[in-house]
Structure formats: structure tokens, C-alpha cells
Design a protein around this ligand. Sequence first.
Ligand code: SAH
Ligand code: SF4
Length: 429
Amino acid sequence: MMDGLDARLWRPASHPEPDTDMTAPLAVASPALVSPARAPLASGEKGSLVGLTRPEIGEQLASIGIEPKQIRMRTAQIWNWIYARGVTDFNDMLNVSKDLRVTLAENFSLKRPEIVTEQISQDGTRKWLLRFPPRGAGRPVEIETVYIPEIGRGTLCVSSQVGCTLTCSFCHTGTQKLVRNLTAEEIVGQILVARDRLGDFPEKSTPVGMAVPSEGRLVSNIVMMGMGEPLYNFDNVKQALLIASDGEGLSLSKRRITLSTSGVVPMIERAGAEIGTMLAISLHAVRDDLRDMLVPLNKKYPIAELMDACRNYPGLTNARRITFEYVMLKDVNDSPADARELVRLLKGIPAKINLIPFNPWPGVNYQCSDWETIETFSDIVNRAGYASPIRTPRGRDILAACGQLKSESERMRVRERLALEAMVTSDDD
Ligand code: SAH
Ligand code: SF4
């Protein structure tokens, strides 16, 4: 029942309106600035233990004088408190001595991302606008994370970048230039914040009136289908997903995590070998001339190369298939001939096809295919033996559906950013 869940906006009283005066033109993104592997902190900010590997937590503990023989045990305890129990206050780590809890709190943080807004769709989908520190971007950055409750599962759609370097012509995110990559802490932070807000940690209760799955974990599945191209932020995405699937923490099975890529061919094999989650490919067209227009990355990695990379995806079996995503664009890519060519292309690849009705956004020129056209397309693919579910659009009323995500964040001009940083530094003196 969705009673009472009309579209509405929630904003914590203490938070100002999001800064919409972000009109500075973008500087060309320099890799050093957009890839904060270990993100620089503002002076005075305590480093977070969220998003670190176990050895990295160990190093942090060693740096505050924890004895070497205790580090393994303390790391395991802290890991469990952060990821299995969801604590945000070191003082709640009850099997850690009082003195150590105080020392930890003096030196580190477990802070969650700041929630700027929370929107709830008529269908129960939730969208959070989250704010993170600048970390080289000049000013704080914002991204969106979406929770989609269904009967038997709850899927969290997670962002990997602020904006995107790619410019797929039907995608709203593609109109926002890349501001910076998210760190592993910020990617994991999206999962933690969702579990907080949903009451999905043990001993936390779910807020009244919330649309949730009928049983099981509220966040049962993760899809890297939010803002950005995850394979252009490989190291941080890898670290975050290994944390999400760690059996002593968040414990999400890798079969319930899907990484979606627009086709960064050279990284696909590494994704399978080093991350090992399910893979989704944003195919959207079966001819190179059309795919060049819809997904311009195709000019670099054309369809034949992409299909080869899929055939070689480590761990591919009939029980572990690749999902091919196909957005249904009226009179563009939705003919029966396209469907038959799709079947031909996928020959020999354990695959399922996800047909996504196009989700419109302000200013776009495409239209969604008619329902009968989508069904005809689906029938052709089905008859060839492939599952081809049509994805029900969710959260369209709050611009939370596939390809509708975007934030106001823009990179500042280099000159502007340096001036701001100089001001901040002189304030600290
Ligand atoms: N960058 C990654 C993941 C994010 S997009 C990728 O492109 O795969 C998640 C999915 O939504 C992709 O398949 C994307 O092509 C699709 N998508 C983008 N814009 C859309 C829109 N307006 N309507 C429907 N699907 C869209
Ligand atoms: Fe980027 Fe994916 Fe959107 Fe293409 S579809 S612009 S890769 S987020």
C-alpha cells in the first residue's frame, strides 16, 4: 500500500536550500583532481574509517599508537560495528574499552554523508540528494541515490561519479560534465545512509508508512546505475563493492550487486576478475552508426569489441548471465529488425535483456516507444530464448528513474578554485 506516500520533499530544518548559484563554467577536468584516491581533507577534519580496507584501518590504528598485536582484533571489532551494526558513534562500540573509544573519537570520524533532500515518489521510490566535501572540486559536490522497493527485494541505485565524462544523448546525467570521482568512502556512504534512513540495521526500526519489501533485508540489491560511469572510477568502485560484499559487514552477495557500464571495454575483464559482481551492459543499439550517436563511447569501443569482452567476462555461465540494457526510443532503435539483430548479436553469450522504457527529462528530444512496440520487441527476443523483462519505470514523478539523475554541482574555474583555497588556508592561519 502506498497510501499517504504522495510525492513530497523532506528537508532537515537545519539545512539551507541547495546552492543553485553554481553557474561557473567548467574547467577541463584534470585526472589528478577528479580521482581523489585518498581524498584530501580540509584542515581540522577528522579522517573517516568508512570506506577503508582492513589493512588501511590497521594503519590508522597503528598511527594512534594501538599495539601491533591488537590491531587485527580491533580492526575486526570496528569493522563489525560500522558495517554489520551501523554505528555512527565510537561510544556505542561496547566491546571496546572506554579509553580506546574516547581516543578513536578524538582521531577519527564515522560521519554519514549530509542529506540535502529526501524525496518520496507516489510509488514509494525514494531519492536522496547527498552532499560531500569538495576534495579538489572547489565547492561541496552533490549526487543522487535512489531506493526502489519491490515486493521481494529493495534495490539501491548508487552513483559512482559527480556528473559523467560520457555524453549518451538520451541520458540526463550525460548533460552534467564530470566534476569529480566519488571516493570509496562516498560510495559506501550511500549504502550506509540508505540503511540508516530505512531502519535497515539491526536494532533500528523502519519508519512508519515506508514502502518496503514484504520480507528480508530492505536494501537487498545494489545496482551501480546512478550517476557516472563506474568503470572510469575503477579503484574506488572496486574498493566500495568489496566492502559491500564483505561477509563480516554489509554482506551483500555479489550476485545481488550489478555493475552497469556503457562499454569501457578494456576494464570489463578486470571488473569480472577483481570485483566479481554481476555485469550489465548499456547496449541500446545493434548497429555501430546508431550506437555512435546514442552512446558516443561506441566510437572508441565498437559493438564487436564490446561483444568479445562480454564473451570473455570471467565467471560467465548460464546461471550467471550478463544483462544487456536496451532503452526503448520511439522510431530510433525499436523496430522488429532491431530485435532480430539483437538476438543475432548475443548468440553464444549467456544473456538476459532488460528493456527500459525511455524516461523523459526536461529539454530532451527523444520519446518513449509505444507499449505495443515494446511488447513486440520483447516477444521476438523472448521467442529466441532470452528473458526480456520490461523494466517498470519507478519514481518518474521525482526524476528518480533510470537516466534522470543529475545534480547542480559544477567544477569551479581553476583560478576561482585556487583563490577560494587560498582564502580558506589564510582563514586557518
Ligand atoms: N553509466 C552507466 C550506469 C548508469 S546509467 C551506464 O551507462 O551503464 C543506468 C542505465 O540507465 C544505463 O543503461 C543507461 O543507459 C540508462 N539510461 C540513461 N538515460 C536513460 C533514460 N533517459 N531513460 C531510460 N534509461 C536511461
Ligand atoms: Fe554516463 Fe551512463 Fe548516462 Fe552514458 S548513460 S552519460 S555513461 S551515466
